[in-house]
Design a protein around this ligand. Structure first.
Ligand code: EPU
Length: 416
């Protein structure tokens, strides 16, 4: 199984381009299930999760054409609205087919995703929303089975802010009879990108980006071409990598407007950050100052950047308190960072990180996507060699990781 070998100590410098956002591409590709006309997407990142979703959609009878970062989906012959366990178990975001399939086909059978490394992650809110829109939903033999001749508009309220829950229900509501109002909606930029794509397909949506989204259902949607937004978490991850190594980098094809909370914290840590129209520049100090964070739904600090900030705090001057409020088990990277010499104490959903002068390279294990990213950052600053095992987690979310790091001067190598 592939491993990543990092020789620490290089200051990152130079420029790289940021890829399209995984967490925008996944729901947006599912939006193509809502129409009989072909839809073309550009800036689609080449990632394992995207490959998994395209395979899942392909086995439903959708024609998939992929060339470079362009994907065209033609769901005119969609005839198998089923997402089998074998595919869903490798990627929880597969649940995003549920809303579009019920809306378009009047029926869907989607495997329950099950738990994962960062928490239980139930999908009860997705189901509750579809039921409120008139779907008959049963959960049997590990599958969600939803049926309804046509969904009807409803007032929906989710118990907590859920990103894919909001996306699923927004897509379903596009073809429902009447108006749907989603209250307590997720405000993440990826929700807005999805709404923009749906509107270009003929959907009538207002309020995306606020916590109340209104969708007036239409009879059918049409094809369009949509460019996927830049990946704000990839952007933040490279900013952290440069910050930790005392580096100076420019990231193009992205924008700080999706990343205010992260940029703020990096500035508090002592970095100079300049926002350009389609790029961000960062210059790091000799040593970072510790910064405390508390994760919460957008626009607050993203849980998907928590692990990377644990890594930078591990080598910063001072003590940081990190509170994770979204997922109940998202500190798996802490024990691996400790193997590299980090001083971290965990108490429930709180981690206290006392910065140390130097980490030391060791062999560590990646447990999930963002945990692996934190290990990469730690490996870049550790003395000597760090080997990261199970890097298939990284391949799920970071396009051309070794190439991009190498372009910034890092010494990284993939070992088969
Ligand atoms: N939740 C429920 N019931 C539901 C839905 C959510 O209890 O029906 C809970 C979850 O267990 C969690 C909280 O609500 O405790 C928020 O979860 P959310 O539904 O927002 O997460 P998600 O939609 O499954 C997306 C991203 C994650 C990101 C989270 C939070 C995608 C494909 N995934 O997941 O991304 O961490 O939002 O921002 O958009 C990643 O990229 O590494 C990643 C895990």
């Amino acid at each position: 199984m592939d491993k990543l070998l990092i020789e620490g100590g290089a200051r990152l410098s130079g420029e790289i381009a940021i890829s399209g956002a995984k967490n925008a591409a996944l729901p947006i590709l599912c939006a193509a299930l809502l129409t009989r006309e072909p839809v073309t997407f550009t800036n689609v990142p080449q990632l394992k999760d995207i490959g998994t979703l395209l395979k899942l959609i392909g086995q439903m009878g959708v024609k998939v054409a992929r060339e470079g970062d362009t994907v065209t989906l033609d769901a005119s012959a969609l005839d198998n609205p089923v997402a089998p366990y074998e595919m869903v178990k490798t990627m929880r975001a597969s649940i995003l087919v549920l809303g579009p399939l019920v809306a378009r086909c009047g029926e869907a059978r989607v495997s329950l995703p099950g738990g994962c490394a960062i928490g239980a992650r139930p999908v009860d809110q997705h189901i509750k929303g579809l039921q409120a829109m008139g779907a008959q939903v049963t959960v049997e033999h590990g599958y969600v089975h939803a049926q309804v001749p046509r969904l009807r508009g409803a007032r929906l309220f989710t118990d907590m802010v859920t990103v894919t829950g909001t996306e699923n229900l927004m897509m379903a509501a596009c073809l429902a009879d009447g108006e749907t109002i989603i209250e307590n909606a997720a405000r993440e930029p990826e929700v807005v990108d999805l709404a923009n794509c749906l509107v270009a397909m003929g959907a009538r949506i207002s309020g995306a980006g606020t916590d109340v989204i209104r969708i007036r259902g239409v009879e059918s949607l049409s094809g369009t071409t949509h460019r996927i937004m830049p990946d704000r978490i990839e952007t933040g991850t490279y900013l952290c990598a440069a910050a930790a190594t005392g580096g100076e980098i420019r990231l193009s094809g992205t924008s700080s407007c999706y990343l205010d909370s992260v940029v703020d914290k990096l500035m508090d840590a002592g970095c100079d950050i300049v926002s350009e129209r389609d790029a961000i520049r960062l210059k790091a100090p000799e040593r970072l100052t510790s910064v405390s964070i508390r994760t919460a739904p957008y626009p607050a600090f993203p849980t998907d950047m928590q692990a990377q900030f644990m890594a930078i705090n591990a080598v910063a001057g001072g003590t940081a308190v990190i509170r994770e409020t979204i997922f109940e088990n998202r500190f798996m990277h802490a024990v691996e960072l400790q193997r590299l010499g980090a001083d971290i104490r965990i108490d429930g959903n709180t981690a206290v990180v006392q910065g140390v002068a130097q980490l030391q390279g060791a062999t560590v294990m990646a447990t999930d996507l963002r945990a692996s990213a934190s290990l990469v950052i730690a490996g870049l600053v550790a003395e000597g060699e760090t080997t990261i095992e199970r890097i298939y987690h990284l391949d799920r979310g970071y396009e051309h990781l070794e190439e991009k790091l190498a372009a910034l001067g890092a010494r990284v190598r993939r070992l088969a």
